[in-house]
Design a protein around this ligand. Structure first.
Ligand SMILES: [Fe+2]
Ligand SMILES: [Fe+2]
Length: 280
């Protein structure tokens, strides 16, 4: 069991920020914006899936997961609220959130499916976020020159994703553990999420007027496809999920713990009460 606490981030998100807030770099800003646009609806889906799944567990198992799931729900609820504030600024900058609309449509089309399917999709996406989080903590250049409060927001989120990386997976194991469905949903999430993320990034770049600039694609290469870039550098971690004996704890979470230790002044622990997740 992982002990999870809910933290209130002490940053001011009332003030707007520049369109190219990430070091003046159009691609890095557009890519992170696209990710943020997917979070509020995605994280609500994770919360709903895990809550539903826990209800379906036998009572003893439910007890075993109670505290961890409460912490998980509190963390994701805090993330979604803060990213909704972040996304509010993007909307005022004139960006169109298409990834959320697509995600909602897909969720509605799949709403009738068994809770184990939703949980497998959640566990798969949580693996993605944990790998991304660890990569971001290892690669400060991804946020080089970013506004300090926004840098804090992204690294705090990364540290907590790394911290709760096992929760959905462990509930899935307790409820079903079916390997075939786990990897099937992982393949589905890989294709749909990467496609939606790419589309939204292109929309954001088009709005920024930098879609056809050479600089934009140079930055994209560095961020995603260079030897230790987000996509190319994490191929092994992506593939690891297919192994029968895979467990999220096999991924190192020490950088997230270190970030939380070194940035205690940037947040306040408010407990693990799921219903009391604070606003920013
Ligand atoms: Fe999150
Ligand atoms: Fe998460």
């Amino acid at each position: 069991m992982t002990e999870l606490v809910v933290r209130r981030l002490l940053i001011d998100l009332d003030q707007p920020f520049a369109a190219r807030w990430n070091g003046g770099d159009a691609f890095r800003s557009a890519f992170f914006d696209a990710l943020s646009m997917s979070f509020p609806v995605g994280e609500q889906y994770f919360i709903d899936s895990v809550r539903q799944a826990v209800k379906a567990l036998p009572e003893a198992e439910r007890e075993r997961f109670a505290d961890e799931v409460q912490g998980f729900v509190g963390q994701e609820a805090t993330h979604r609220r803060i990213h909704a504030l972040f996304n509010g600024h993007l909307e005022r900058q004139g960006l169109r959130n298409d990834i959320e609309r697509r995600a909602i449509r897909r969720m509605q089309a799949n709403a009738h499916r068994d809770v184990r399917v939703h949980l497998a999709a959640t566990a798969a996406t949580e693996h993605f976020t944990a790998v991304f989080a660890d990569w971001m903590l290892r690669h400060p250049e991804a946020l080089e020159g970013a506004e300090p409060r926004l840098r804090t927001l992204w690294l705090w989120h990364a540290a907590e994703e790394s911290e709760h990386r096992s929760t959905a997976f462990d509930v899935y194991t307790a409820l079903s553990g079916h390997h075939g469905w786990r990897v099937r949903l992982y393949r589905y999430i890989t294709v749909t999420f990467l496609w939606d993320l790419t589309r939204q990034t292109l929309i954001n770049l088009w709005h920024d007027g930098s879609l056809l600039r050479r600089d934009t694609w140079r930055s994209a290469w560095r961020l995603l496809l260079a030897r230790d870039g987000l996509f190319r550098g994490n191929f092994r971690q992506w593939r690891a999920y297919f192994a029968r004996d895979f467990h999220p704890s096999q991924n190192d979470a020490s950088l997230g713990r270190q970030w939380l230790r070194e940035h205690e002044a940037d947040y306040r622990v408010v407990g693990a009460a799921a219903g009391a997740a604070p606003a920013a």
